[in-house]
Write a new protein. Structure first.
Length: 408
């Protein structure tokens, strides 16, 4: 038999398998998390990661259960190719993907970067600007020229990768009829995922829903691909927009740990994952994310990128499970659920912290004294409470100071 015959048979079998996998993901109801901390997140000014840092974060994301990792942009530099190669053979669970422009050279760089990873665990994500602004000022190309770029580049990528995603950059400011044409073109050319990126973070949840409904209703071959979303946070709505699209049935959501990224950042991975877990009854969807890994992952990324979290950042901020207010402290000591939306252990946090300060009440002071093995009579508690109220602003009431107040 000629070699070409076996190649055609292999391609046909691979196509059948790919479509079976896509049908499985579309029908399962499971939300697949694609993380772009290592690529889009790293684009945040000052958040540059060394290859060994990227590997540590990738392994932590693997442990948390992400489906795929946007590992980097190979065409940007040989160093980026090297960083991606460090993950090959070490990060085995998630699919490793590389970002590419609609250029053969970018796709060839991705082939080099991901060489050695199994075919079903490597892929490319192609993007090209499609809005009138991008067409006129950035690319100087017509709609037809960009459509041809998409068809040719996706076909070129599909010859080299089983997993090919296509996203029209600035999709939320692109004409809807043109989006529909591009998505149909990409799927016909071999795309297995189509993405909807809100590149400038402009949308509201209602408008995001409307876009997804339009795509679902207007792309005739959508059943042959997965639908993904990627939201930026310029209006503080990236998490809300992502959840709205989950409610509309999208298959893949792309996020970053701590929501880091360009400008105001991206949809926050740990916030989307926790909200989806807590409201599975509302969304009717599940995800294979180990929420107990979220706080550790969040702090690891903050440490390695040098991008500090706000103390009151949802899920993983320093004060999320800390309280100084006397009424709240009293309620938490009686029943921990009185002032918590979820328990610390759900996301891997240590526990509730009772901070002593001017707003604290008797019960919290007594609790802390008992923890330290100090007398906690009503008289002693009142004396310590009065001493606390005299402490100057900014002074931490730590164990030595509390012992001094208690006369120990």
């Amino acid at each position: 038999m000629p070699f070409g015959f076996f190649r055609r048979v292999k391609k046909q079998v691979t196509g059948v398998v790919k479509q079976a996998i896509i049908r499985h993901h579309r029908s399962s109801g499971v939300v697949l998390f694609s993380d772009t901390t290592l690529r889009d997140g790293e684009q945040m000014p000052g958040a540059t990661l060394e290859p060994e840092d990227k590997l540590r974060i990738a392994l932590a994301l693997e442990a948390a259960g992400v489906h795929s990792l946007d590992a980097g942009f190979p065409a940007s530099s040989p160093q980026e190719i090297h960083a991606i190669q460090q993950m090959v053979g070490k990060v085995r669970g998630p699919v490793l993907t590389a970002l590419c422009r609609t250029l053969p050279g970018d796709i060839d760089a991705a082939v080099e970067a991901l060489q050695g990873n199994p075919d079903h665990k490597r892929g490319v994500s192609l993007f090209v600007g499609t809005s009138p602004l991008h067409r006129e000022f950035k690319l100087q190309k017509t709609r037809d020229e960009i459509r041809k770029l998409v068809a040719d580049s996706v076909a070129y990528a599909a010859e080299r990768f089983e997993i090919v995603a296509f996203s029209p950059e600035d999709a939320s400011r692109t004409e809807r009829d043109y989006l529909t044409e591009l998505y149909q073109t990409a799927i016909d050319a071999g795309a297995t995922t189509i993405g909807f990126p809100d590149t400038v973070g402009l949308l509201t949840p209602e408008k995001a829903r409307d876009f997804i409904r339009h795509i679902q209703d207007s792309v005739p071959n959508l059943n042959r691909a997965l639908l993904a979303v990627h939201f930026h946070n310029d209006l503080g709505l990236a998490v809300a927009n992502t959840l709205a699209c989950i409610d509309e049935g999208v298959n893949v959501v792309q996020c970053t740990v701590n929501g880091i990224g360009e400008r105001a950042g991206n949809a926050c991975f740990e916030e989307v994952a926790t909200a989806l877990h807590l409201h599975a009854d509302q969304y009717g969807r599940s995800a294979k994310i180990d929420t107990t890994k979220l706080v550790g992952l969040s702090h690891l990324v903050a440490e390695l990128t040098g991008v500090r979290m706000a103390p009151n950042k949802p899920i993983s901020g320093r004060t999320i499970f800390a309280t100084e207010a006397g009424i709240h402290q009293d309620g938490l000591l009686k029943n921990i659920d009185t002032y918590l939306p979820f328990r610390p252990e759900l996301v891997g946090a240590k526990g509730v912290e009772f901070v002593l300060g001017r707003h604290s009440g008797r019960r919290a002071v007594a609790h802390r004294l008992e923890e330290l093995g100090l007398p906690a009579s009503d008289e002693q508690v009142l004396r310590v409470l009065e001493a606390i109220k005299q402490v100057p602003k900014g002074v931490l009431i730590d164990e030595p100071l509390l012992r001094k107040m208690a006369g120990a």
